[in-house]
Design a protein around this ligand. Structure first.
Ligand SMILES: [Zn+2]
Length: 450
């Protein structure tokens, strides 16, 4: 179903005709006033970002108008080529990692070796809107808002990365920086196997001190993500001897596969529910005499009769945790519960780890403090941590434990990503670029101990 348009056609046309100088003036009025805690170099960065605002919006519009649904491999590559050219122009050594081995377009990697803290910047080129989606174009909604597929998730974040680096170059502050950019082509729907599709990201994380993701996060520019939960899928299969229902609960027949599954799920709930940051949810359950589950894992068939003890049940669900330790202990508890099977029944549980968790750490906290300081210094106000329960999975999580400091969710501000109402707040866009540029600059001069 298509969503209702945000503004009526005529009103929208008027705003789109608003001349660029008027738009820029409106944005300058809304711009933050810097305090005097900024160095001369940082003031220069701010001037360069302001001078390049029109180019930032033009780049954003250009990439939003190229469809790059994850499975539109050519489109993802085309967006990658646009950012690659921008980074080439700044003197980065760029490579395109082909994604054939994991069934996706691939990743853009751009390296700029230098001294000091080694900074890894993470973006993604793909969106959830494939070419058959009706949502394809960048559209100005009013003087501060634009709508478009991926405008905040996360082409806006990619543009912030590029524009911040451009400002550093213009201020002659880029030369010394050790900074690497990776823009993955399959964040929304990762290629398989994940060990291959995320290998470059992991390798880069091992060689860097700090990782910063420019996802839109909560969409609130006064929030950043320094902890997020990971995701693991699980499948529980129970089997029992089919028998006449009149003999259920006897030692020779047992309770059947459905009762056995009920016991296991009830104990999962009893022993694990309510732990901080842990959630788990059985999303599909099929039981009876005969059960088949489609290869997609989201659909299946079941046949059974009320007078026959169920022979088989398959249940699949998810599991979200905040740390690798929490994942390990949760799996262990689940396995123990599963192993306590009654007579004539067997039960097995398998786990399929998806995105790992990004646990909170002193290093991540320190990175947020540095960023919060910068935000206040430029007069934009404080930045606080997003509640990990509200932070979705993202590529930053793969850097957990490999870098001293990690933070995400400092990309575009806006709302309603993954829907046709996805909009960006352009009025804060220059401030977001300034914060990023000053962050890279300040980070290059500190000891990144965790
Ligand atoms: Zn995203």
């Amino acid at each position: 179903m298509r969503h209702k348009r945000l503004v009526d056609e005529r009103q929208s046309a008027d705003l789109v005709r608003m001349p660029l100088p008027a738009l820029l003036a409106a944005l300058t009025l809304a711009a933050a006033q810097p305090t005097d805690s900024l160095s001369r170099a940082e003031r220069a960065l701010i001037r360069h970002v302001d001078a390049d605002t029109a180019a930032a919006f033009a780049l954003l519009e250009r990439v939003v108008n190229i469809n790059s649904g994850t499975l539109n491999l050519a489109g993802v590559r085309r967006v990658g080529a646009v950012f690659r050219a921008e980074l080439d122009a700044l003197g980065f050594k760029t490579t395109w990692e082909d994604g054939t081995a994991f069934g996706r377009a691939g990743h853009l990697i751009a390296e700029h070796p230098g001294k000091g803290t080694r900074i890894l910047l993470i973006g993604h080129l793909d969106t959830v809107f494939e070419p058959d989606s009706p949502f394809q174009r960048f559209e100005r909604v009013d003087h501060k808002t634009a709508r478009g597929p991926g405008i905040v998730d996360m082409k806006g974040g990619d543009v912030i990365i590029v524009q911040a680096l451009k400002a550093l170059k213009a201020a002659q502050l880029l030369d010394d920086l050790h900074v690497t950019v990776i823009m993955t082509g399959d964040e929304e729907d990762s290629g398989d196997p994940m060990a291959v599709s995320r290998r470059s990201l992991l390798d880069l994380a091992r060689r860097h001190d700090v990782a910063i993701g420019f996802e839109n996060g909560s969409g609130d520019p006064h929030k950043a993500v320094i902890a997020r939960r990971g995701y693991t899928a699980w499948t529980l299969t129970t089997t029992a001897a089919a028998a006449h229902s009149s003999q259920i609960f006897t030692p020779a027949v047992g309770s059947g596969a459905i009762f056995e599954t009920a016991r296991i799920l009830a104990e999962f709930h009893q022993r694990l529910a309510g732990q901080p940051f842990l959630t788990f949810n059985p999303g599909l359950a099929l039981g009876g005499t005969d059960v088949t589950v489609d290869p997609t894992g989201v659909r299946g068939t079941a046949f059974g009769k009320s007078n026959v003890v169920a022979a088989r049940m398959v249940t699949s669900g998810d599991l979200r945790i905040l740390s690798p330790e929490q994942l390990a202990t949760t799996k262990e508890t689940m396995r123990r519960i599963v192993a306590e099977t009654g007579p004539q029944t067997t039960a097995t549980i398998t786990f399929d780890d998806g995105y790992p968790p990004l646990p909170p750490s002193p290093g991540n906290q320190r990175l947020l403090e540095i960023y919060d300081r910068i935000s206040r210094d430029i007069g934009f106000g404080p930045v606080a941590a997003t509640d990990p329960m509200r932070a979705g999975a993202a590529d930053i999580s793969f850097t957990a434990g490999l870098v001293a400091m990690a933070m995400d969710g400092i990309g575009g501000a806006g709302r309603d990503d993954h829907s046709e109402r996805e909009t960006a707040d352009l009025s804060v866009f220059p401030a977001l670029i300034k914060r990023a540029a000053i962050l890279f600059h300040r980070l290059s001069r500190i000891q990144p101990t965790s």
